[in-house]
Design a protein around this ligand. Structure first.
Ligand SMILES: [Cu+2]
Length: 354
């Protein structure tokens, strides 16, 4: 009896495994064309929900029926003992497998977005492409027109995109695995070193959409936030033009520790401190990095440095001067590429306001 039931079950499991082998691209490293839209995901949920309602009712109904119908009525009653029922067991195995197969096919179809199909057929090129790079513990964005015409515009933490246009995000990581997730826009897409995963967006409503890294990546994972700002197309064009215009004026400070800095602005420094993600590691209390007050007093106490020079070196070359009790490798060492002399002066002014 046992044998007759298990043989077909094993056969069916083998078949299911074979089916898994088919869409190899999909299983290679998460959905290649991730970012099925919020509405697609919602539709999929609704379909799966209505498939599971009858299953739920049937299973729970049978359990209730059996409990009541076959309950023990007398203390010494021994109900009829039945062991196995080949055809019945085969039936529910096959039916369950069919249901799972249907769910599998529907889900696999939803994993391939409309855009992926159109992009594969060469029918769609994005209006805007953004390279998204995750790292502990922030996101960098680099903007390209169309499928890859350079603009030189880069942002950190905040991603600005136009509404009602096809936006392609090419997502990767420089250190460990992260996951790019903005729940109101699309499903999660993994950010994996050495791979580029894509997400297509076409957001109908302008607004601010918050997100977060969705793959645990270390101490400050919770603070690896994503701010997606969706602007009206005209406002976006103006924003991008403005960013591009200021590029000519932007000269990264690099690791220049000597040329004189302009006067700093405390308020602007505080704003940059938040935007660049410094505030995640440096707060009022000691955290991953020294606290604000400690940094200011270290700077004032540093021998052989003016406070400004100490802070400048600590920011541009984190491991050159080390605060005791902390690991300098944790602080990103490329801030020189994101700051010009003015921005650096602003941050230093802010730090010295403590
Ligand atoms: Cu992360």
């Amino acid at each position: 009896m046992k044998r007759s039931v298990f043989t077909p079950v094993l056969g069916l499991i083998a078949l299911a495994l074979l089916m898994l082998a088919v869409p190899a691209r999909v299983w290679a490293h998460g959905p290649v064309s991730g970012g099925a839209s919020r509405t697609d995901i919602n539709d999929l949920f609704t379909i799966l929900f209505w498939i599971s309602v009858p299953v739920f009712l049937l299973v729970e109904g049978l359990i209730l029926y059996a409990i009541i119908r076959y309950r023990r009525r007398r203390r010494d009653e021994m109900p009829e003992q039945i062991e196995g029922h080949g055809p019945l067991e085969l039936t529910w195995t096959v039916v369950s497998l069919l249901i799972i197969a249907v769910i599998f096919v529907i889900t696999a179809r939803f994993m391939t977005t409309r855009y992926q199909v159109e992009a594969d057929n060469g029918e769609v090129t994005p209006d805007l492409t953004v390279h998204v790079t995750g790292y502990m513990f922030n996101w960098d964005y680099e903007y390209f027109l169309g499928a890859g015409e350079e603009t030189g515009v880069k942002t950190t933490r905040k991603l600005t995109i136009p509404a009602n246009r096809d936006v392609l995000l090419e997502i990767t990581s420089t250190d460990v695995q992260h996951s790019f997730w903005v729940p109101d826009l699309a499903g999660k897409v993994d950010a994996i070193p050495g791979y580029i995963n894509t997400m297509w967006l076409n957001v109908p409503e302008p607004g601010l959409y918050p997100g977060n890294c969705a793959e645990y990546c270390g101490t400050l994972h919770y603070d690896m936030l994503i701010d997606v700002e969706v602007l009206e197309p005209a406002a976006f064009d103006a924003w991008l033009a403005d960013q591009m215009a200021s590029l000519g004026r932007f000269v990264p400070i690099g690791t220049d520790l000597t040329s004189p800095l302009p006067a700093g602005d405390v308020a602007r420094g505080e704003q940059l401190f938040g935007e660049l993600g410094c505030a995640s590691c440096h707060g009022e209390q000691p955290g991953v990095g020294p606290a604000l007050a400690a940094m200011a007093s270290d700077a004032r106490a540093a021998e052989g440095y003016t406070p400004e020079a100490y802070l400048r070196e600590s920011i541009l070359v984190p491991c050159a001067v080390q605060a005791t009790g902390y690991n300098c490798q944790i602080m990103p060492s490329n801030y020189g590429e994101k700051l010009d002399a003015q921005a650096l002066a602003d941050i230093i002014a802010y730090l010295l306001s403590y």
